[in-house]
Design a protein around this ligand. Structure first.
Ligand code: GLN
Length: 307
């Protein structure tokens, strides 16, 4: 088995670089369409906090839907299990992340918290309970990653707000089923800001270390989040973190993970490490094409698949 070090990560990136010409940078959010596609980075944060990196690991990007794991985590600390899960499901959707069809058929209850509808319900719940939802998210992310100067990319947030027809439609549809309680625009703005968190692979790998094990979660969240909730989040990442490619991803990589249309993916190797990869060009499901390949190679070489 190869040794996991910076040189090993570099060699994986070299193997994957030919794929950089494949895939498409997200263009439905104009601010993201300008990001050069030929970038590739990876960072690993081990259980004991050691950081390994390769490629463009210190280049910041828009974390987009990776933030859905963070907003769910905060909601889990503020709502009882029963109150939270009666408003959003725990099953894979088998549909694109911004689909409306299923939501209409299932009376405004989103399948899971990692599709847009589910994340919007979670943000609606946070709006009801938090005094300053955006500031509190920044405080959490800065604390978890140990980096003070993490910010929202205002250009990305306003670009999304200017092109928010579909997400607004999702929110209004849920309101019609009484599963959305606050002002739609206020919640959309919070949601877009969370998506517009600007972070790099090093910061993301550090930030998601709390999902590696119950012991780490206890250190990082004290009584706020228990070990059961940590396994719940990992289970949801495994079944729904990669949208309608979750099955394919489980087959190829076999790790709980969450992607974003900025091209980032965070994966957890339970008990061992958190991994963040980034490459902006996406596959047809909206997941980083080269990023998925990097995770596949790492998981394959080091036998990380949980299956
Ligand atoms: N998959 C994603 O990263 C989607 C997030 C994006 N902000 C949206 O709402 O469409």
């Amino acid at each position: 088995m190869p040794r996991l070090d910076n040189a090993f990560l570099e060699s994986i990136l070299d193997e994957v670089r030919p794929l950089l010409r494949q895939g498409q940078v997200a263009s439905y959010i104009p601010a993201l369409a300008q990001v050069p596609a030929d970038q590739l980075g990876v960072a690993v944060c081990t259980h004991d906090g050691q950081l390994l990196t390769a490629g463009d690991a210190s280049q910041r990007f828009s974390i987009q839907s990776i933030s859905k794991v963070l907003s769910l985590t905060v909601a889990m600390t503020r709502y009882s299990e029963q109150d939270l899960w009666q408003r959003v499901g725990k099953d894979p959707s088998g549909q694109p992340f911004n689909s409306l069809v299923q939501l209409e058929m299932e009376q405004g209850i989103p399948r899971n918290p990692f599709i847009n509808a589910g994340a919007l319900v979670v943000c609606d719940m946070l709006q009801s309970r938090l005094s300053a939802p955006r500031q509190q998210m920044l405080t959490l992310v800065r604390r978890l990653s140990g980096v003070e100067d993490i910010h929202y990319d205002r250009q990305v947030a306003s670009s999304e707000l200017a092109h928010s027809a579909r997400n607004a439609a999702i929110a209004w549809l849920m309101k019609s089923f009484d599963n959305f309680h606050n002002d739609v625009n206020t919640v959309l703005e919070n949601y877009f800001h969370y998506c517009a968190l600007s972070m790099n692979c090093e910061e993301l790998a550090r930030c998601f270390r709390y999902l590696i094990s119950p012991e780490l979660c206890k250190v990082l969240f004290r009584q706020e989040l228990n070990h059961r909730q940590v396994s719940h989040i990992n289970a949801l990442m495994m079944t729904s973190g990669m949208y309608n490619a979750a099955g394919e991803f489980a087959w190829r990589v076999g790790l709980p993970a969450k992607s974003g249309v900025g091209g980032g993916i965070v994966a957890i190797v339970p008990g061992k490490m958190s991994i963040a990869v980034w490459s902006p060009a996406l596959d047809q499901f909206g997941n980083s094409l080269a990023g998925t390949a990097v995770l596949e190679h790492i998981s394959d070489r080091l036998a990380f698949s949980v299956f």
